[in-house]
Every structure is written in structure tokens, then in C-alpha cells.
Design a protein around this ligand. Structure first.
Ligand code: CP
Length: 304
């Protein structure tokens, strides 16, 4: 029985296999429509979500399975003080696989240590978001056709941005990848990501506050939201929230084949005027998340 807590748990071969399955699902959806017949996915969301929860649910329905769960902590017995460990043990009696989002870093790992069914980390605090990275990887594969030799700009909240931490972990395993880390001073990438991932993998990176200065060299621009819910102090959030707003003018010096990504939700950080730019990939990226979650469910349930 296998869970997915951190993207690094998947080998490059397994990532390729998940991408191949997702591409096959896109081409042949009918072939997969009963693969999970009789199986149940439990979505345990202790934090708000639109894409991750609903794409997991859509994924299971499109595989012919069923879904149960809750979308807020207040409607579960955690509101009465039940632990994550006990919750995981209980849900193992009712479902075949769990997708869990939790504001506390490490909560899905605790769940996986106590469940008797696979647990997927659907985002834990400011730590990791491996299935968002699966969506990101399929988007990069479909748009750029490769993972090697790409310069990736990550912009916004690099400190608490779990999608950024997981994407760096995944892309640092490919040859010739370079990161441009664009953020305000207060939201720079945590030092553990630099030492444990970037330095360990010998990855080239630069840190800057200047989005426009970095723009011409980027193959991928990954924008992120300044996350109000991760700040302890409203004053700091208000000061930093509009640090970066991508608009058509800022894209004037960008490559013609730039891929503009964002895990969504966005607030102000990408102007809606950018949505019609053919380089905007963020809505397609969210759709790709459904296909990759379908592939992941099949893999973790051991269904060919
Ligand atoms: N990208 C992402 O995790 O979106 P949600 O918070 O809507 O699930």
C-alpha cells in the first residue's frame, strides 16, 4: 500500500508513466470510464479548495468510482477534537483512498502512517502540494515538450507557497534547469529548499525582486498568490499583496513561447487582460490536474 505525501517519492520513471497515462486518458476517456467501479475516494479537506477537491472528485467519477468526504473542518469530528490519526483510521473503514488537505504541515503524513489505505497529500500548510506539481508537469510536457533545459521564473510568495516548493523539488531532477526566484525580501524561498533541494542537486538559481528584468530569459513564468491565510499580521499582508501584477505591458519583453502558469486561485497577480494571451496556460493547467489525479488514483489503487 502506497501513499503520496511528497513529489520526490515518485521516481522520474513513475512521473513519465503517470504523464503517459494522463495523455492516454485525454485521448481515450471511454477506456477508463469503469476502471474504478466499486471504489470510493474520501476527500478530507480541512482547508478551502476549489480545484484540488473538485478535480479529485471529478477524477474519481470519470473513473467510474464514488466519492465521500467533507470540505471544511467544522463539519467533521475534528471540530470536537478528533485527531488526524483517528480520522485516518476511521476513513480507512469507509473508503479505498484518501485525498487530504490540512493547514498543518505534516498532517497528511500522520494520516498516511495511521490509515490502511493510500493517502494523497492535497496540500499541507506552507509545505508541499504534490498533485499540483503533477498538474504543472503535464502542462510543461504538453506546452514545451520537455523538462530539460528550461529557465523557470517563480514569482510571488516563495516562502509559504507549497506549490513552488513541490515544483522546485520535481524540476530539480532534470538536466539544465535554472530557476529565477522572484519575490519581495520577506517572501524569499526558505533556506531548507535551497540547501536540501537546489544546492544538493547542483541547480543554478538566482534570487531577485525584479520581475521585468528577469522576463526576457524565462521559458516558464510561474506566478503565485500572496496568501493572506499564511500571514500572522494583516499589515504585512496589505503591504505585500500587490507586489507583482502581471499585465500585457510586462510581457512585452517576454519570449514568444513563454508558458505563463499559476496554480490558482489568483487574486490580483495576473491581470484578466493576460487571459487572452496565447501564452496563458493557467486554466489548462487546472484541467490537466484532473487527468493527472485520475492517473495517480489508478496507480495508487494498483489498477492497470
Ligand atoms: N491550486 C489549488 O490548490 O487550488 P485550490 O486551492 O482551489 O484547490
Amino acid at each position: 500500500m502506497r501513499s503520496l505525501i511528497d513529489i520526490k517519492e515518485l521516481s522520474l520513471k513513475e512521473l513519465d508513466s503517470l504523464i503517459d497515462t494522463a495523455l492516454d486518458i485525454i485521448e481515450n476517456p471511454q477506456k477508463y470510464s469503469e476502471k474504478c467501479k466499486g471504489k470510493k475516494l474520501a476527500t478530507l479537506f480541512f482547508e478551502p479548495s476549489t480545484r484540488t477537491r473538485l478535480s479529485f472528485e471529478a477524477a474519481m467519477y470519470e473513473l467510474g468510482g464514488n466519492v465521500l468526504g467533507f470540505s471544511e473542518a467544522s463539519s467533521s469530528s475534528s471540530a470536537k477534537g478528533e485527531s488526524v490519526a483517528d480520522t485516518a483510521k476511521m476513513i480507512s473503514c469507509y473508503a479505498d483512498i484518501i485525498a487530504m488537505r490540512h493547514p498543518k504541515e505534516g498532517a497528511p503524513l500522520v494520516a498516511s502512517m495511521n490509515a490502511t489505505i493510500p493517502v494523497v497529500n492535497a496540500g499541507d500548510g506552507g509545505h508541499n502540494h504534490p498533485t499540483q506539481t503533477l498538474a504543472d508537469l503535464l502542462t510543461i510536457k504538453r506546452k514545451k515538450g520537455r523538462f530539460n533545459n528550461l529557465t523557470i521564473g517563480l514569482c510571488g510568495d516563495l516562502k509559504f507557497g507549497r506549490t513552488v516548493h513541490s515544483l522546485i523539488a520535481a524540476m530539480s531532477r532534470y538536466e539544465g534547469v535554472k530557476f529565477v526566484l522572484i519575490s519581495p525580501e520577506e517572501l524569499r524561498i526558505p533556506s531548507y529548499v535551497k540547501t536540501d533541494v537546489l544546492d544538493k542537486c547542483g541547480i543554478e538559481y538566482v534570487e531577485t525582486k525584479d520581475l521585468c528584468g528577469a522576463m526576457p530569459e524565462l521559458d516558464i513564468l510561474y506566478m503565485t498568490r500572496i496568501q493572506k491565510e499564511r500571514f500572522f499580521n494583516e499589515e504585512d499582508y496589505l503591504r505585500l499583496k500587490d507586489s507583482y501584477i502581471l499585465d500585457p505591458q510586462k510581457l512585452e519583453n517576454a519570449k514568444k513561447d513563454l508558458c505563463i502558469m499559476h496554480p490558482l486561485p489568483r487574486v490580483n497577480e495576473i491581470s484578466v487582460k493576460v487571459d487572452s494571451d496565447p501564452r496563458a496556460c493557467y486554466f489548462e493547467q487546472a484541467l490537466n490536474g484532473k487527468y493527472m489525479r485520475m492517473a495517480l488514483i489508478l496507480m495508487l489503487l494498483g489498477i492497470k
